[in-house]
Ligand binder design. Structure first.
Ligand code: GDP
Length: 425
């Protein structure tokens, strides 16, 4: 069974929490895109863990975790993430962590370039996490990047690095007027952290192909949501890689294989970290109340998230782009403190009502049309069955699933592993 768990919205839907819960049924968890620009927060019986690069299955003893070729990996960050987890009692070895030899290395100069460009853009910035992700994906497609497998070929890699650094310095000095980067420093960094990671590097695609042939259950985990996908998201305020489930086999290294199912993780209200159009954004006291209730601060950066009511237009589009066959609705408990809720059912763009999620400029002009819905006004975090949910909460869930055209199978009512209820099929 090949399953993808992906985000329907802007990211931060609670994908990590759902992967942590569902990974019990899977032998292998694979990250297939992105880098350390976002974070999953996972709370289980071992404690609270923030994962930026490692797949969420790392917290389960019997699960093998794969970092796929679609990822970009900051070696220093990964080494520290592994050390942190080990301090928290998590065992990590080449037995349970495999890194694709084709995954791209995010270098310190990628982070610098990310910062220089965001500073140059000033008020028009994209809201980058400044962790080098756009520059490193840019280099991947310019064929100026180093990959994990290059660490095994020091002579050729050192020579290529010197040429790449000379090329990068043209931009660093010429465009941004900043001091050049030293090829020797970059090489020292590669050796220092690369040597620690070498034992984990392998032909991850071959490993996964064999595992799939042997009937293993494989779970593909996305970082960020459909609305941050490089092609289908709110470009240019997107991530720099495909976040959609269709990319999962490609970014994992088994492009010839098809997914058996895609589970879309959808939040019971809207949040968005960073810049870009966010049609249902709340401001002032209303926003503060929802942000505090949901603890909406970025896992990677601590930035306060922008918040708003559930956006059915964006979520329906997200469900379609993910090809979701079932949904996990998260953070329903957060809405327990509100007497009345609102759901955005339509947009108005240039005076015309639409239920289609617009691209580009038109999205900037979209205005939300809300429908008021009664809240349930009580704590539901202890509910473990559908029947235990108040009728108003059940109606809210049903309204959302009708609005997005997909069945809600899992309902998460708290951050802890067991705080989730599963509805019958
Ligand atoms: P991800 O990147 O999609 O995994 O999401 P994040 O980890 O950035 O954000 C999700 C946050 O919500 C984390 O702090 C989770 O512990 C928390 N969380 C996940 N599901 C629930 C839920 O159902 N209720 C509550 N109250 N918190 C949740």
């Amino acid at each position: 069974m090949l399953t993808a768990i992906t985000g329907v919205n802007w990211g931060d839907e609670g994908k990590g929490r759902m992967v942590d819960l569902l990974s019990e049924q899977y032998d292998i968890v694979v990250r297939y895109q992105g880098g350390n620009n976002a974070g999953h927060t996972v709370i289980n019986e071992k404690g609270k863990f923030i994962l930026n690069l490692l797949p969420s299955g790392i917290l389960r003893e019997t699960t093998v975790n794969v970092m796929g070729n679609g990822m970009v990996i900051d070696l220093e960050h990964l080494v520290h993430e592994i050390e942190n987890l080990r301090r928290g009692g998590i065992a990590i070895s080449p037995e349970n962590l495999k890194i694709s030899e084709r995954a791209v290395i995010c270098m310190p100069y990628h982070k610098l370039l990310d910062c220089y460009e965001e500073d140059r853009l000033a008020d028009a910035k994209y809201g980058s996490t400044r962790r080098g992700i756009a520059p490193v994906y840019g280099d991947k497609y310019m064929k100026k990047a180093l990959r994990m497998g290059d660490l095994f070929h020091p002579e050729t890699t050192k020579a290529r690095l010197a040429d790449i650094v000379a090329y990068k310095n043209l931009t660093i000095e010429g465009v941004y007027g900043r001091p050049p980067v030293s090829a020797d420093d970059m090489w020292a960094w590669l050796v220092e952290y690369g040597d620690i990671l070498k034992p984990y590097i392998c032909d991850a695609g071959l490993y996964l192909d064999k595992a799939a042939k042997a009937g293993k259950n494989i779970l593909f985990e996305a970082q960020l949501g459909a609305l941050r996908d490089i092609d289908f998201g709110i470009y240019p305020y997107t991530s720099s890689s495909p976040t959609v489930s269709a990319y999962a086999p490609v970014g994992a290294g088994i492009p010839g294989r098809r997914l058996d199912q895609a589970i879309g993780v959808m939040k019971a209200y809207s949040t968005c970290v960073g810049e870009g159009p966010f049609v249902c954004e709340l401001h002032g006291e209303e926003a503060r109340a929802l942000r505090e209730a949901g603890g909406e601060y970025g896992a990677a950066t601590g930035r306060p998230r922008r918040v708003g009511p559930f956006d059915a237009v964006a979520s329906r589009y997200g469900v379609r782009m993910q090809g979701a066959s079932q949904l996990a609705l998260t953070k329903l408990d957060v809405l327990g403190g509100f007497e009345t809720l609102r759901v955005c059912t339509h947009y108005v763009v240039d005076g015309q009502r639409t239920d289609r999620f617009p691209a580009g400029e038109r999205l900037l002009r979209a205005k939300p049309v809300y429908e008021a819905v009664p809240g349930w006004g009580c704590d539901i975090s202890g509910c473990r069955t559908w029947q235990q949910l108040p009728a108003a909460a059940q109606r809210y869930v049903q309204m959302l699933e009708e609005a997005v055209g997909c069945r809600v199978r899992y309902i998460s009512v708290g951050p802890a592993r067991e705080a989730c209820l599963v509805r019958g099929c």
